[in-house]
Write a protein that binds this ligand. Sequence first.
Ligand SMILES: Nc1nc2c(c(=O)[nH]1)N[C@H]1C(S)=C(S)[C@@H](COP(=O)(O)O)O[C@H]1N2
Ligand SMILES: [Mo]
Length: 368
Amino acid sequence: MHRKPLPAEYFDEHGTNIEMRWDSVDPDAELTPQSRLFIRNHSATPDIDVRDYRLAIFGDGLAQPRDGLDDAVRLSLDELKAMGSVTIRSLLECTGNGRIFFEWQQGQRQTETPWKMGSAGALDLTGVRLADVLERVGLDPQAREVMATGLDGSYVVDGRDYGTPRRPLPIEKALDDAMLVWAMNGEDLLPDHGYPLRLFVPGWVGIASIKWLGSLEVSTRRLTSPWNTIWYRMSGGDYPADTEPLTTLPVRSALELPWDEEVHPEATSDGRRLLLTGRSWSGEGPIARVEVSVDRGTSWSDADLAPEEARQAWTQWSWEWAEPAAGRQEVWVRATDVHGRTQPLETPLNAYGYCFDAVVRHPVTVAG
Ligand SMILES: Nc1nc2c(c(=O)[nH]1)N[C@H]1C(S)=C(S)[C@@H](COP(=O)(O)O)O[C@H]1N2
Ligand SMILES: [Mo]
Protein backbone atom coordinates (compact mmCIF):
# COMPACT_ATOMS: atom_id res chain seq x y z
CA MET A 1 0.00 0.00 0.00
CA HIS A 2 2.84 2.40 0.93
CA ARG A 3 6.53 2.12 0.22
CA LYS A 4 8.39 4.36 2.64
CA PRO A 5 8.93 3.33 6.28
CA LEU A 6 6.25 4.74 8.61
CA PRO A 7 7.63 4.61 12.16
CA ALA A 8 5.06 5.36 14.86
CA GLU A 9 7.17 8.17 16.32
CA TYR A 10 6.80 10.14 13.06
CA PHE A 11 3.37 9.14 11.80
CA ASP A 12 -0.23 8.35 12.77
CA GLU A 13 -1.89 5.94 10.35
CA HIS A 14 -5.47 6.24 9.11
CA GLY A 15 -5.72 3.32 6.66
CA THR A 16 -4.29 4.39 3.29
CA ASN A 17 -3.73 7.91 4.68
CA ILE A 18 -0.74 8.69 6.87
CA GLU A 19 -0.45 11.77 9.05
CA MET A 20 2.75 13.52 10.09
CA ARG A 21 3.07 13.90 13.87
CA TRP A 22 3.70 17.53 14.78
CA ASP A 23 5.64 16.57 17.91
CA SER A 24 8.19 14.85 15.63
CA VAL A 25 8.88 18.01 13.60
CA ASP A 26 12.38 19.50 13.92
CA PRO A 27 11.81 23.14 15.00
CA ASP A 28 15.06 24.13 13.25
CA ALA A 29 14.08 22.78 9.82
CA GLU A 30 11.72 24.84 7.67
CA LEU A 31 11.17 22.12 5.08
CA THR A 32 9.48 18.76 5.54
CA PRO A 33 11.71 15.86 4.43
CA GLN A 34 9.89 13.53 2.01
CA SER A 35 10.54 10.73 4.50
CA ARG A 36 8.36 12.67 7.02
CA LEU A 37 5.67 14.00 4.67
CA PHE A 38 2.02 12.91 5.07
CA ILE A 39 0.58 10.52 2.47
CA ARG A 40 -2.91 10.81 1.06
CA ASN A 41 -3.63 7.81 -1.17
CA HIS A 42 -7.07 6.98 -2.56
CA SER A 43 -5.81 3.46 -3.26
CA ALA A 44 -2.24 2.13 -3.32
CA THR A 45 1.14 3.53 -4.39
CA PRO A 46 1.78 2.13 -7.90
CA ASP A 47 5.08 0.75 -9.20
CA ILE A 48 6.25 2.78 -12.16
CA ASP A 49 9.38 2.14 -14.22
CA VAL A 50 10.68 5.50 -15.42
CA ARG A 51 12.08 3.90 -18.59
CA ASP A 52 8.55 3.08 -19.71
CA TYR A 53 7.02 6.27 -18.37
CA ARG A 54 5.40 8.70 -20.82
CA LEU A 55 3.09 11.61 -20.05
CA ALA A 56 0.18 11.57 -22.51
CA ILE A 57 -1.27 14.91 -23.63
CA PHE A 58 -4.40 15.09 -25.78
CA GLY A 59 -7.71 16.89 -26.26
CA ASP A 60 -9.54 19.34 -28.49
CA GLY A 61 -7.86 22.26 -26.68
CA LEU A 62 -4.54 21.60 -28.41
CA ALA A 63 -3.60 23.63 -31.49
CA GLN A 64 -3.66 20.31 -33.34
CA PRO A 65 -6.54 18.50 -31.63
CA ARG A 66 -5.86 14.92 -30.56
CA ASP A 67 -8.75 12.62 -29.91
CA GLY A 68 -7.78 10.50 -26.96
CA LEU A 69 -5.03 8.49 -25.32
CA ASP A 70 -4.30 6.53 -28.52
CA ASP A 71 -3.64 9.72 -30.41
CA ALA A 72 -1.82 11.58 -27.60
CA VAL A 73 1.53 13.37 -27.62
CA ARG A 74 3.80 11.25 -25.41
CA LEU A 75 6.67 12.78 -23.49
CA SER A 76 9.36 10.96 -21.51
CA LEU A 77 10.69 12.38 -18.26
CA ASP A 78 13.93 13.39 -20.03
CA GLU A 79 11.97 15.23 -22.71
CA LEU A 80 10.03 17.10 -20.04
CA LYS A 81 13.20 17.97 -18.14
CA ALA A 82 14.65 19.44 -21.35
CA MET A 83 11.74 21.91 -21.49
CA GLY A 84 12.94 23.86 -18.47
CA SER A 85 13.42 23.62 -14.73
CA VAL A 86 12.31 25.88 -11.89
CA THR A 87 12.23 25.40 -8.12
CA ILE A 88 9.66 26.97 -5.82
CA ARG A 89 9.15 26.74 -2.07
CA SER A 90 5.52 25.98 -1.27
CA LEU A 91 3.02 24.00 0.76
CA LEU A 92 1.33 20.71 0.10
CA GLU A 93 -1.77 20.19 2.20
CA CYS A 94 -4.86 18.01 2.22
CA THR A 95 -8.20 19.83 2.01
CA GLY A 96 -9.46 17.78 4.95
CA ASN A 97 -6.54 18.68 7.23
CA GLY A 98 -7.87 19.29 10.76
CA ARG A 99 -11.14 17.46 10.02
CA ILE A 100 -11.23 15.74 13.42
CA PHE A 101 -11.66 19.13 15.09
CA PHE A 102 -15.16 19.44 13.60
CA GLU A 103 -15.88 16.52 15.90
CA TRP A 104 -13.65 17.33 18.88
CA GLN A 105 -14.41 21.07 19.07
CA GLN A 106 -17.78 21.42 17.42
CA GLY A 107 -19.39 18.05 18.17
CA GLN A 108 -20.02 17.31 14.47
CA ARG A 109 -19.36 13.67 13.62
CA GLN A 110 -16.99 12.95 10.73
CA THR A 111 -16.65 9.83 8.61
CA GLU A 112 -13.73 10.70 6.29
CA THR A 113 -10.03 10.54 7.29
CA PRO A 114 -9.77 11.89 10.87
CA TRP A 115 -6.74 14.15 10.29
CA LYS A 116 -5.48 16.30 13.11
CA MET A 117 -3.18 19.02 11.63
CA GLY A 118 -0.55 16.67 10.20
CA SER A 119 -1.57 16.46 6.54
CA ALA A 120 0.60 19.40 5.52
CA GLY A 121 4.23 19.92 4.58
CA ALA A 122 6.58 22.60 3.22
CA LEU A 123 8.73 21.64 0.27
CA ASP A 124 11.10 22.84 -2.42
CA LEU A 125 9.46 21.61 -5.62
CA THR A 126 11.43 21.28 -8.84
CA GLY A 127 9.91 20.79 -12.25
CA VAL A 128 8.83 22.45 -15.46
CA ARG A 129 6.10 25.06 -15.65
CA LEU A 130 2.95 23.51 -17.11
CA ALA A 131 2.61 26.67 -19.22
CA ASP A 132 5.96 25.93 -20.90
CA VAL A 133 4.96 22.35 -21.69
CA LEU A 134 1.55 23.36 -23.09
CA GLU A 135 3.13 26.10 -25.16
CA ARG A 136 5.63 23.60 -26.58
CA VAL A 137 2.87 21.13 -27.44
CA GLY A 138 0.71 23.94 -28.88
CA LEU A 139 -2.44 25.31 -27.28
CA ASP A 140 -5.72 26.36 -28.89
CA PRO A 141 -6.70 29.86 -27.67
CA GLN A 142 -10.13 28.41 -26.77
CA ALA A 143 -8.61 25.92 -24.30
CA ARG A 144 -10.53 26.07 -21.07
CA GLU A 145 -9.58 23.22 -18.79
CA VAL A 146 -6.87 20.60 -18.21
CA MET A 147 -7.86 17.24 -16.71
CA ALA A 148 -4.98 15.61 -14.83
CA THR A 149 -5.30 11.84 -14.33
CA GLY A 150 -3.13 9.61 -12.15
CA LEU A 151 -1.74 6.14 -12.86
CA ASP A 152 -2.88 4.63 -9.56
CA GLY A 153 -5.80 2.23 -9.38
CA SER A 154 -9.50 2.91 -9.24
CA TYR A 155 -11.03 4.53 -6.20
CA VAL A 156 -13.77 2.22 -4.96
CA VAL A 157 -16.20 3.22 -2.17
CA ASP A 158 -19.04 0.99 -1.02
CA GLY A 159 -18.65 -1.18 -4.12
CA ARG A 160 -18.85 1.77 -6.48
CA ASP A 161 -15.89 2.36 -8.82
CA TYR A 162 -15.10 6.04 -9.44
CA GLY A 163 -12.09 5.36 -11.67
CA THR A 164 -8.60 6.79 -11.24
CA PRO A 165 -8.13 9.98 -9.20
CA ARG A 166 -8.39 12.89 -11.63
CA ARG A 167 -9.38 16.51 -11.40
CA PRO A 168 -9.74 19.33 -13.94
CA LEU A 169 -7.71 22.51 -13.55
CA PRO A 170 -8.93 25.79 -15.08
CA ILE A 171 -6.60 26.95 -17.87
CA GLU A 172 -5.89 30.25 -16.06
CA LYS A 173 -4.28 28.44 -13.11
CA ALA A 174 -2.63 25.89 -15.42
CA LEU A 175 -0.91 28.72 -17.30
CA ASP A 176 -0.19 30.79 -14.20
CA ASP A 177 1.94 28.77 -11.77
CA ALA A 178 1.11 25.04 -12.04
CA MET A 179 4.14 22.80 -12.44
CA LEU A 180 5.00 19.26 -13.47
CA VAL A 181 7.25 18.21 -10.60
CA TRP A 182 9.91 15.48 -10.56
CA ALA A 183 11.84 16.43 -7.41
CA MET A 184 11.08 17.58 -3.87
CA ASN A 185 13.81 19.04 -1.67
CA GLY A 186 16.32 18.27 -4.43
CA GLU A 187 15.60 14.52 -4.52
CA ASP A 188 13.58 12.43 -6.98
CA LEU A 189 10.01 12.03 -5.81
CA LEU A 190 9.54 9.05 -3.51
CA PRO A 191 7.12 6.42 -4.91
CA ASP A 192 4.48 7.39 -2.32
CA HIS A 193 4.63 11.04 -3.38
CA GLY A 194 4.12 10.55 -7.10
CA TYR A 195 7.30 9.16 -8.69
CA PRO A 196 8.27 9.84 -11.39
CA LEU A 197 6.07 12.92 -12.02
CA ARG A 198 3.24 14.77 -10.30
CA LEU A 199 1.31 17.91 -10.93
CA PHE A 200 1.77 20.67 -8.36
CA VAL A 201 -0.72 23.52 -8.03
CA PRO A 202 0.66 26.18 -5.62
CA GLY A 203 -1.70 27.32 -2.86
CA TRP A 204 -4.49 24.99 -3.93
CA VAL A 205 -6.11 22.04 -2.19
CA GLY A 206 -3.86 18.95 -2.26
CA ILE A 207 -6.19 16.99 -4.56
CA ALA A 208 -5.27 19.38 -7.41
CA SER A 209 -1.69 18.08 -7.26
CA ILE A 210 -2.30 14.73 -8.98
CA LYS A 211 0.44 12.16 -8.29
CA TRP A 212 1.84 9.60 -10.75
CA LEU A 213 0.61 11.86 -13.51
CA GLY A 214 -0.44 9.74 -16.49
CA SER A 215 -2.27 12.13 -18.76
CA LEU A 216 -3.42 15.68 -19.34
CA GLU A 217 -6.55 16.26 -21.37
CA VAL A 218 -6.72 19.83 -22.63
CA SER A 219 -10.30 20.76 -23.43
CA THR A 220 -12.25 23.67 -24.84
CA ARG A 221 -15.17 22.58 -22.65
CA ARG A 222 -15.66 22.56 -18.94
CA LEU A 223 -14.62 19.12 -17.61
CA THR A 224 -15.82 17.30 -14.54
CA SER A 225 -14.78 14.38 -12.37
CA PRO A 226 -16.12 13.14 -9.02
CA TRP A 227 -13.15 15.01 -7.50
CA ASN A 228 -14.64 18.36 -8.44
CA THR A 229 -18.38 17.57 -8.47
CA ILE A 230 -18.92 15.24 -5.46
CA TRP A 231 -15.74 15.74 -3.41
CA TYR A 232 -13.53 18.77 -2.88
CA ARG A 233 -16.34 21.25 -3.13
CA MET A 234 -18.48 22.54 -0.29
CA SER A 235 -21.82 20.82 0.26
CA GLY A 236 -24.18 20.10 3.13
CA GLY A 237 -24.51 22.42 6.13
CA ASP A 238 -25.65 25.88 5.04
CA TYR A 239 -23.96 25.64 1.64
CA PRO A 240 -26.06 26.10 -1.50
CA ALA A 241 -26.25 23.24 -4.02
CA ASP A 242 -24.19 25.00 -6.68
CA THR A 243 -20.84 25.77 -5.01
CA GLU A 244 -17.72 25.89 -7.16
CA PRO A 245 -14.93 23.29 -6.80
CA LEU A 246 -12.54 24.20 -3.98
CA THR A 247 -9.35 25.99 -4.96
CA THR A 248 -7.28 27.96 -2.43
CA LEU A 249 -6.30 26.52 0.94
CA PRO A 250 -7.43 28.34 4.11
CA VAL A 251 -5.33 29.72 7.00
CA ARG A 252 -4.23 27.18 9.62
CA SER A 253 -1.72 26.75 12.44
CA ALA A 254 -0.08 23.93 14.36
CA LEU A 255 1.97 23.68 17.53
CA GLU A 256 5.09 21.50 17.56
CA LEU A 257 3.80 19.71 20.65
CA PRO A 258 2.40 16.27 21.38
CA TRP A 259 -1.37 16.14 21.51
CA ASP A 260 -2.74 16.23 25.05
CA GLU A 261 0.40 15.23 26.91
CA GLU A 262 2.50 16.57 29.75
CA VAL A 263 4.85 19.48 29.02
CA HIS A 264 7.74 20.61 31.24
CA PRO A 265 8.49 24.31 31.72
CA GLU A 266 12.09 25.37 32.21
CA ALA A 267 13.20 26.88 35.50
CA THR A 268 15.06 30.13 34.73
CA SER A 269 16.25 33.06 36.85
CA ASP A 270 13.07 34.81 35.62
CA GLY A 271 10.85 31.99 36.82
CA ARG A 272 9.20 29.16 34.97
CA ARG A 273 9.09 29.47 31.17
CA LEU A 274 7.73 27.29 28.39
CA LEU A 275 8.92 28.04 24.88
CA LEU A 276 6.18 27.21 22.38
CA THR A 277 7.06 26.81 18.69
CA GLY A 278 4.83 26.17 15.72
CA ARG A 279 3.91 27.13 12.20
CA SER A 280 1.07 28.90 10.42
CA TRP A 281 0.23 28.97 6.73
CA SER A 282 -2.28 30.08 4.12
CA GLY A 283 -2.97 29.13 0.53
CA GLU A 284 -3.20 32.78 -0.41
CA GLY A 285 0.18 34.08 0.61
CA PRO A 286 2.52 34.66 3.52
CA ILE A 287 1.43 34.96 7.15
CA ALA A 288 1.48 38.48 8.62
CA ARG A 289 0.55 37.83 12.24
CA VAL A 290 0.29 34.99 14.75
CA GLU A 291 -1.36 35.38 18.16
CA VAL A 292 -1.39 32.99 21.09
CA SER A 293 -3.94 32.73 23.88
CA VAL A 294 -3.51 30.62 27.02
CA ASP A 295 -6.73 31.85 28.67
CA ARG A 296 -9.21 30.39 26.17
CA GLY A 297 -9.39 33.43 23.95
CA THR A 298 -9.82 36.18 26.58
CA SER A 299 -6.44 37.74 25.77
CA TRP A 300 -4.04 37.25 22.89
CA SER A 301 -0.34 38.06 22.53
CA ASP A 302 1.78 38.23 19.42
CA ALA A 303 4.22 35.43 18.62
CA ASP A 304 7.67 36.17 17.16
CA LEU A 305 7.61 35.33 13.45
CA ALA A 306 10.40 34.08 11.19
CA PRO A 307 11.82 36.88 9.00
CA GLU A 308 9.71 37.84 5.98
CA GLU A 309 12.03 36.17 3.48
CA ALA A 310 11.39 32.86 5.29
CA ARG A 311 7.60 32.93 4.86
CA GLN A 312 7.20 31.52 1.34
CA ALA A 313 5.70 28.22 2.49
CA TRP A 314 4.65 28.23 6.13
CA THR A 315 5.78 30.72 8.74
CA GLN A 316 7.63 29.48 11.78
CA TRP A 317 6.98 31.30 15.04
CA SER A 318 7.72 31.07 18.74
CA TRP A 319 6.13 32.40 21.89
CA GLU A 320 7.32 32.23 25.46
CA TRP A 321 4.72 31.24 28.00
CA ALA A 322 5.72 32.92 31.27
CA GLU A 323 4.75 31.26 34.55
CA PRO A 324 2.39 28.65 33.12
CA ALA A 325 0.19 27.35 35.91
CA ALA A 326 0.46 23.63 36.58
CA GLY A 327 -2.42 21.49 35.37
CA ARG A 328 -4.50 20.98 32.27
CA GLN A 329 -4.53 24.01 29.99
CA GLU A 330 -5.28 24.91 26.40
CA VAL A 331 -3.04 26.73 23.95
CA TRP A 332 -4.92 28.56 21.21
CA VAL A 333 -3.15 29.93 18.11
CA ARG A 334 -4.65 32.33 15.57
CA ALA A 335 -2.88 33.35 12.37
CA THR A 336 -3.68 36.08 9.84
CA ASP A 337 -2.29 36.16 6.32
CA VAL A 338 -1.09 39.19 4.35
CA HIS A 339 -4.56 39.53 2.80
CA GLY A 340 -6.17 39.81 6.22
CA ARG A 341 -7.69 36.33 6.18
CA THR A 342 -7.72 35.12 9.76
CA GLN A 343 -8.69 32.01 11.69
CA PRO A 344 -12.21 32.14 13.16
CA LEU A 345 -13.23 30.48 16.43
CA GLU A 346 -15.59 28.14 14.60
CA THR A 347 -15.75 26.73 11.04
CA PRO A 348 -19.21 26.31 9.45
CA LEU A 349 -19.90 22.61 8.90
CA ASN A 350 -19.75 21.03 5.44
CA ALA A 351 -20.62 17.47 4.41
CA TYR A 352 -17.09 16.06 4.01
CA GLY A 353 -15.32 18.07 6.69
CA TYR A 354 -13.15 20.19 4.39
CA CYS A 355 -11.18 23.31 5.24
CA PHE A 356 -11.36 23.32 9.02
CA ASP A 357 -9.65 26.63 9.70
CA ALA A 358 -10.87 27.54 13.19
CA VAL A 359 -8.47 28.12 16.09
CA VAL A 360 -7.41 24.72 17.44
CA ARG A 361 -7.69 24.31 21.21
CA HIS A 362 -4.54 22.35 21.88
CA PRO A 363 -4.65 20.61 25.28
CA VAL A 364 -1.50 20.30 27.38
CA THR A 365 -0.90 19.34 30.97
CA VAL A 366 1.73 21.65 32.46
CA ALA A 367 3.95 19.73 34.88
CA GLY A 368 4.07 21.12 38.42
N1 LIG B 1 -3.03 10.02 -8.44
C1 LIG B 1 -3.35 10.50 -7.23
N2 LIG B 1 -3.04 11.79 -6.97
C2 LIG B 1 -3.32 12.31 -5.76
C3 LIG B 1 -4.01 11.57 -4.76
C4 LIG B 1 -4.30 10.20 -5.06
O1 LIG B 1 -4.84 9.44 -4.23
N3 LIG B 1 -3.97 9.71 -6.31
N4 LIG B 1 -4.36 12.17 -3.58
C5 LIG B 1 -4.46 13.64 -3.62
C6 LIG B 1 -4.66 14.26 -2.34
S1 LIG B 1 -6.25 14.27 -1.73
C7 LIG B 1 -3.64 14.93 -1.69
S2 LIG B 1 -3.93 15.78 -0.25
C8 LIG B 1 -2.26 14.90 -2.21
C9 LIG B 1 -1.32 14.30 -1.18
O2 LIG B 1 0.00 14.25 -1.65
P1 LIG B 1 1.07 13.35 -0.88
O3 LIG B 1 0.49 11.99 -0.65
O4 LIG B 1 2.29 13.36 -1.74
O5 LIG B 1 1.36 14.02 0.45
O6 LIG B 1 -2.15 14.15 -3.41
C10 LIG B 1 -3.25 14.27 -4.29
N5 LIG B 1 -2.96 13.60 -5.54
MO1 LIG C 1 -6.27 15.64 0.05
